[in-house]
Design a protein around this ligand. Structure first.
Ligand SMILES: Cc1cc2nc3c(=O)[nH]c(=O)nc-3n(C[C@H](O)[C@H](O)[C@H](O)COP(=O)(O)OP(=O)(O)OC[C@H]3O[C@@H](n4cnc5c(N)ncnc54)[C@H](O)[C@@H]3O)c2cc1C
Length: 499
């Protein structure tokens, strides 16, 4: 039996390290939690879209007050992603169910009615279509629904998290890791700093970002590359100050010549970035295309290099990697903070259940589940590339021909024969990832991937479907846009029910 953990050292003060430190301290208050970070190295400073598990983690799991969160992190709401993608050229993916759903008076799941027109298939989808975010309550206030995520500027989020961490008793140490020492049993014992200080702890969280100082550096854990499925490895990013553009309630993912571009909506800024493959175009070509499409973007956008993949075991001995230190995929579905929150909750629960003496079987279960999460995300993103027929460049031809989707070949084969049925769920690996079957079906139907057994819908059914679309659409037109809803929640007298 291992010794009981009394102290935890979190290496890294980016959003991953802070979320880990706060969650550990909040849920296991008697443990000493120290966070080490280096302001010389700084934080990555990008990463601005979330999925719905993020607000749930902040408010329901950690109990952070919405009032405080909105005042400091200044998020806007994200109902989903608008894809400028596939043969239709455009479709909306919402966090509520559109495709994994069937209306009681229709004979088929919704996806079968969307061959020609994939719009307003649900109320949230109609809100997206009309650039609205929430319905109005009878008193005129926004009815803030649960099916949303956030757009948040990374630095504002880190600011908010740091304040919360200090408030609940996380200790902060400034310094730069230079080395580490393990005991004879292989467990990490201490971290050595550049100025010769030595920090010891019983347990360590490696949240050192792409540097992965402990898991990748000290333990030399094997890195599993996604290079056969995801070809992009760079991004250029830069935004501009909002003037009179509407604040859209979604992220836009736009097909580009050698990748895709995001557009993220903050209250006072619009942020754009082009994710591309350096094997297909040069950095100069990427900047040229990016600036041509975005005349307001800076002429010298920030260049970020990355590799897609994950470390085989996220938990080695007494070290767990969280955030970019454990793995990374491009932000096509903004999944990084989703994995951070999911893995942190799993870690906390395992430490609680083991009375702070985690066993080897617990560690290997964590690693198995984390690995499934990564592979599910790889497959989901690969699907986006495999069937995007919007443009015909060398990069996209390569994606269609060479993207490895073997992890979901059964699902694709089933879909191609049978279409978007709920049975597809039994061909997925079953993870906690927010997108689930809904995400896969939205992408397949949205991109117009053909299937054999097209249903012969009666005229009456077609009309009924059209009525649903029209009803959602007219209801959504009465709803509130983001600017108006923000006006309410920033009002000093605004009270959040959940607080
Ligand atoms: C182009 C791009 C777009 C992205 N978009 C999204 C998105 O939309 N949604 C999303 O969820 N995620 C996105 N991400 C991922 C995002 O970066 C992460 O979700 C998030 O910021 C977590 O980063 P981190 O805390 O792991 O790393 P970092 O922010 O890099 O933090 C690392 C920390 O470790 C410290 N550190 C490192 N080495 C040492 C050392 N030797 N000694 C002391 N301290 C050290 C640093 O000082 C820092 O505090 C994106 C990433 C990229 C590259």
């Amino acid at each position: 039996m291992s010794e009981q953990i009394q102290s935890i050292l979190v290496l890294g003060g980016g959003s991953a390290g802070l979320i880990a430190a706060i969650s550990l301290k909040r849920k296991i208050p008697h443990v000493n939690v120290t966070l080490l970070r280096s302001s010389d190295i700084g934080i990555i400073g990008v990463g601005e879209g979330t999925t719905p598990n993020f607000p749930a983690h902040m408010f329901d799991y950690l109990g952070i007050k919405r009032k405080t969160f909105f005042a400091i992190a200044k998020p806007t709401w994200k109902l989903g992603i608008r894809f400028l993608w596939g043969k239709r050229g455009r479709f909306d993916y919402t966090f509520d169910r559109q495709m994994d759903h069937q209306f009681a008076d229709l004979s088929m799941p919704s996806g079968y009615y969307c061959d020609e027109d994939f719009s307003c298939a649900s109320y949230p989808a109609a809100l997206m279509r009309h650039d609205k975010v929430f319905p109005r309550q009878e008193n005129g206030c926004p009815d803030v629904k649960g099916w949303h995520a956030f757009h948040i500027e990374n630095e504002n989020l880190v600011d908010l998290l740091e304040r919360v961490a200090r408030e609940i008793g996380v200790d902060f140490v400034e310094g730069k890791l230079q080395g580490a020492e393990a005991a004879a049993d292989g467990k990490l014992r201490s971290i050595l700093l550049e100025d010769d200080r030595k920090l010891t702890a019983d347990f360590f969280v490696d949240a050192s970002g792409f540097r992965s100082e402990l898991l990748g550096g000290f333990y030399q854990e094997e890195f599993v590359s996604f290079r056969n499925s995801l070809f992009c490895d760079r991004a250029v990013a830069g935004g501009w100050k909002r003037t009179n553009e509407p604040i859209l309630p979604y992220t836009t993912a736009e097909t580009m010549n050698a990748g895709w571009a995001w557009q993220i909506e903050h209250e006072h800024h619009i942020n754009r970035g082009y994710v591309y493959s350096s094997e297909s175009i040069s950095d100069e070509q990427a900047v040229e295309e990016f600036c041509r499409k975005n005349p307001l973007a800076p002429r010298e956008p920030r260049l970020i290099k990355f590799r897609s993949g994950y470390y085989r075991r996220q938990w080695r001995e007494n070290v767990v990697a969280i955030g970019n230190a454990g793995g990374f995929v491009e932000p096509l579905e903004a999944t990084a903070l989703m994995i951070v929150c999911g893995n942190v909750q799993m870690l906390v629960e395992m430490l609680q259940r083991s009375h702070l003496q985690p066993s080897p079987t617990m560690r290997s279960l964590f690693n198995r589940m984390a690995e499934k999460t990564w592979l599910d995300i790889r497959d989901f993103l690969a699907l986006h590339y495999k069937f995007n027929t919007l443009v015909d460049t060398e990069f996209w031809r390569r994606c269609r021909e060479q993207t490895d989707v073997s992890g979901i070949q059964d699902l694709i084969d089933y879909y191609r024969e049978n279409g978007p049925t709920g049975f597809c769920r039994y061909l997925l690996s079953g993870t906690q990832n927010d997108f689930g079957l809904e995400g896969y079906l939205v992408m397949l139907v949205g991109m117009g991937v053909p299937y054999e057994h097209q249903s012969k819908l009666s005229e009456a059914e077609r009309l009924r479907w059209l009525q649903y679309q029209q009803t959602f659409s007219s209801q959504a037109m009465q709803a509130m846009d983001v600017k108006e809803a923000l006006g309410y929640v920033h009002h000093p007298q605004w009270q959040w029910n959940g607080d």
